[in-house]
Design a binder for this molecule. Structure first.
Ligand code: ATP
Ligand code: MG
Length: 767
């Protein structure tokens, strides 16, 4: 999707209005505390794609402000991965630590301007003083220290005079701001910690919310693209830039933060912390294990950068979070490899076939093109054929089911690129098929002699010429679509069969010496890559990149139509399992959910159906439990079941600001007749968007229910006067218009009028 997403629309607008003096500058800002994953790839493709499109170089900037968790191994892997994906950040990456001097200078400026202070409160005290969404914070006792004292203390922090945790530098913004991020956020912390680039020069380190906007502004970034969870940080981002004057200092316009939905994929996890856990606890062989969703893992698995970029285009950029079907990624991988991977023959589990009609010791050189005609690429290789060949065990059946298109006693199949052969005899040992004896059909290469009936085509290799290979078959790392849902430990849902090593595979001799990292299709078996780590001359290791088809669902290869997310209505393929099954499965995994389903109908007077809907995942049930303090449980349940899904759209509950107590207050207000149903829906939408408190919204916007006869009568009179024609029709017998008048009056009251009162008054006036 080269153009047309909402971010590019913003850029186009800015270019039209000259907002950034015609400049477009983006960056990708990873923290070097892990390897990059496919979610980062989405962000890289977006940022570098925009840079390429508008002819400006995109910065790769390491956000290296937290030395305790960072490592040069990560710095190197990240640079390598970005280049491998096909993007150019110039000779050098940039580092937030390059700006530590200037960041510090600007912090002193803030102190001198009375906009920052040194606070000696402990972390706990600071949290306590910060208040909550419903309560304003209280000022720290150190908030009004004299400027000179603050400056002295800040310098002592910088000079390393004070031990870790003694004090912090905080911005002096607003302790009662409704956005908690603005309640005097921390800017600097004391950390006597060695830094890979600045050594021991700094005993203090800036926090992300301070360092990030300054780095953007110093580099003249115009559009600072980040994921949705940073939406609440935006006012702070803007505050830092405005009050330090950093953009003006560098002669740039101020950067603008734009948020988009982070990528989530099913059957895997994406948090670096969880990926690190898989590595450290040995559940995978490393960050580059081919089952990992890391770029390094995907590379080793045989995904090419072209496929990853195509995937990023396919899923596009949206404003709402959703989980993407991993099948879409696999579709892109197949689609890419189909064009580039030569077709060759290999047998995973060999079954020897002796061709009794073929002379001992005679070898014929057959030829096979590397690509099918529809790919239209040149290239062919010779394939030796002799008296003993190997076919896949799965391609023979003693007792073939109807429609079987492979070999069976007495049947004839074609060897790919070779002769037709007929199975004459089965050699069994202890009731097991150990070999076959067959005869070839003379003159059948590339043609079928009259009277020969061919059941199908199978792949094969010549036993005397084939090359042994270790083949690694990969499957999904987790056996459930949402490993992060449900009970705590993700390792419990690891797929025990995610790696199968096939030891005795045999492949055609043209693969002898195949380059590590080269891509092949073993016909009928899948796409493979020569493992770049373990493969060596004389020891061929092949990783299966992807099956030829999606064996998990058996569906055809076509993905859902391209997602047009411009409309912010991201649609993914409908889930393959019904919602009912998802919930049932979740309860099997998570005993807490199962207990809830058992207990809630009687404990709270819920219908079985509502209880089922509330116990398919933890967040929904938690919301319910937190909401029922003030309101009737059944009413809360009905509200969650009926009103939550439309309000969420494609988002997940966890990605919204909605809280249980706020929901409880809303339902209680409705139950008490303080607000009407339509008003409640409006307020609810706002709560989901912004985390607003319903009582505040009701009070501030004057939404309380109106039951007062006189006030409503006035609206009724207005409606009847404006619709005199319809009043006549009503009098003439068209009584169905009653609902119309009621609706108009309620609309006229902005949904606030008590519906019973409206009905009574309309009926009075019309009679
Ligand atoms: P994680 O949550 O996996 O630890 P992170 O967000 O902490 O990732 P960073 O190194 O801070 O990792 O991320 C660098 C950039 O990549 C950020 O701009 C971030 O918004 C973006 N990014 C991270 N994860 C995703 C994702 N799943 N989808 C899209 N962009 C992402
Ligand atoms: Mg981060």
């Amino acid at each position: 999707m080269a153009t047309g997403d909402f971010i590019r629309d913003i850029i186009e607008d800015d270019l039209r209005t000259g907002k950034h003096a015609g400049r477009v500058k983006t960056r990708f800002p990873p923290e070097p505390n892990g390897y990059l994953h496919i979610g980062h790839a989405k962000s890289i493709c977006l940022n570098f794609g925009i840079g390429d499109q508008y002819g400006s170089r995109t910065n790769l900037r390491f956000d290296d402000t937290n030395p305790a968790k960072e490592d040069v191994e990560y710095v190197e892997s990240i640079q390598h991965d970005v280049r491998w994906l096909g993007f150019d950040f110039g000779e050098q990456a940039l580092y937030a630590s390059d700006y530590f001097d200037e960041m510090y200078e600007l912090a002193e400026d803030l102190v001198r301007a009375g906009k920052a202070y040194v606070d000696h409160c402990s972390e706990d005290e600071i949290r306590d003083y910060r208040g909550s969404l419903r309560e304003p914070g209280r000022p720290s006792p150190y908030r009004d220290r004299a400027v000179e004292e603050n400056l002295t203390l800040l310098r002592r922090m910088r000079d390393g005079d004070l031990p870790d945790g003694t004090c912090v530098l905080r911005a002096r913004i607003d302790m009662s701001a409704s956005n908690m991020k603005l309640r005097d956020p921390l800017l600097y912390r004391i950390r006597h910690e060695h830094h890979d680039r600045t050594g021991d020069a700094w005993p203090i380190y800036p926090l992300y919310d301070y360092a990030h906007p300054l780095s953007d502004a110093i580099e003249g970034i115009t559009h600072s693209i980040c994921t949705l969870e940073f939406e609440n940080n935006r006012p702070l981002y803007d505050w830092v830039i405005e009050h330090t004057g950093v953009s003006e200092r560098h002669g740039f316009s101020r950067p603008q933060q734009i948020e988009f939905a982070r990528l989530k994929l099913d059957y895997t996890v994406m948090s670096k912390r969880k990926l690190l856990l898989l590595v450290e606890d040995g559940h995978v062989s490393g960050w580059d294990d081919p089952r990992m969703p890391t770029i390094a893992g995907m590379r080793r698995r045989g995904y090419r950068p072209e496929a990853i970029r195509a995937f990023a285009d396919l899923i596009g950029v949206a404003k709402v979070n959703s989980t993407v079907d991993i099948g879409k990624l696999e579709f892109c991988v197949r689609d890419d490899l189909n064009q580039v991977a030569p077709r060759v023959l290999g047998v995973l589990r060999p079954l020897k076939v002796t061709l009794t009609s073929w002379p001992e010791g005679e070898v014929e050189e057959l030829t096979g093109p590397y690509f099918p005609a529809d790919i239209g690429k040149p290239g062919e290789r010779t394939i030796p054929f002799g008296r003993e060949i190997l076919i896949d065990r799965d391609d023979f059946s003693l007792d073939p089911p109807a429609g079987y298109q492979r070999l069976a006693p007495g049947r004839t199949v074609r060897l790919r690129h070779g002769y037709a052969i007929t199975c004459d005899e089965v050699v069994e040992e202890d009731g097991e098929v150990v070999a076959l004896r067959a005869s070839h059909v003379p003159d059948s290469v590339g043609k079928t002699p009259a009277g020969v009936d061919i059941s199908g085509v199978v792949h094969w290799v010549s036993a005397a010429h084939a090359v042994p290979a270790e083949v690694r078959l990969y499957d999904r790392l987790f056996s459930v679509p949402r490993p992060e849902e449900g009970a705590g430990d993700i390792t419990e849902t690891l797929n025990p069969d995610s790696l199968e090593v096939v030891g005795g595979a045999m492949v055609e001799p043209s693969l002898d010496g195949a380059k590590p990292g080269s891509h092949w299709q073993l016909e009928r078996v899948g796409y493979f890559v020569v493992d770049a780590v373990d493969s060596e001359p004389g020891r061929l290791v092949l990783n299966r990149t992807v099956t030829l088809r999606d064996s998990w669902t058996g569906t055809a290869e076509a993905p859902a139509p391209q997602v047009q997310e411009k409309s912010a209505k991201a649609k993914t393929r409908p889930p393959k399992k019904s919602r009912v099954e998802y919930r049932a499965e979740a309860r099997l995994r998570d005993p807490v959910l199962a207990d809830r389903l058992a207990a809630w109908p009687s404990a709270y007077g819920l219908s079985e159906e509502d209880a089922d809907l509330l116990t398919g995942d933890r967040p929904t049930g938690d919301l319910f439990v937190e909401a029922i303090g003030a309101a009737t449980p059944a009413a809360v349940a009905r509200w969650i079941v009926n009103e939550l899904p439309p309000a969420l759209g494609d988002r997940e509950l966890a990605d919204t600001a909605l809280t249980g107590p706020a929901l409880g207050a809303l339902v209680a207000a409705m139950e008490a007749g303080e607000i009407t149903g339509p008003v409640a829906k409006d307020v609810f939408a706002e709560m989901v968007e912004t985390g607003a408190d319903p009582r505040t919204v009701i009070a501030e916007r004057g939404l309380a229910q109106v039951s007062d006869d006189a006030a409503i009568a006035a609206i009724v009179d207005g409606v009847l006067a404006a619709n005199a024609g319809k009043v006549d029709e009503y009098s003439a017998g068209k009584t169905a218009l009653f609902g119309f008048f009621v609706g108009q009056v309620i609309k006229g009251s902005q949904g606030k009028a008590n519906p019973q009162v409206v009905q009574r008054l309309v009926r009075d006036r019309l009679s």
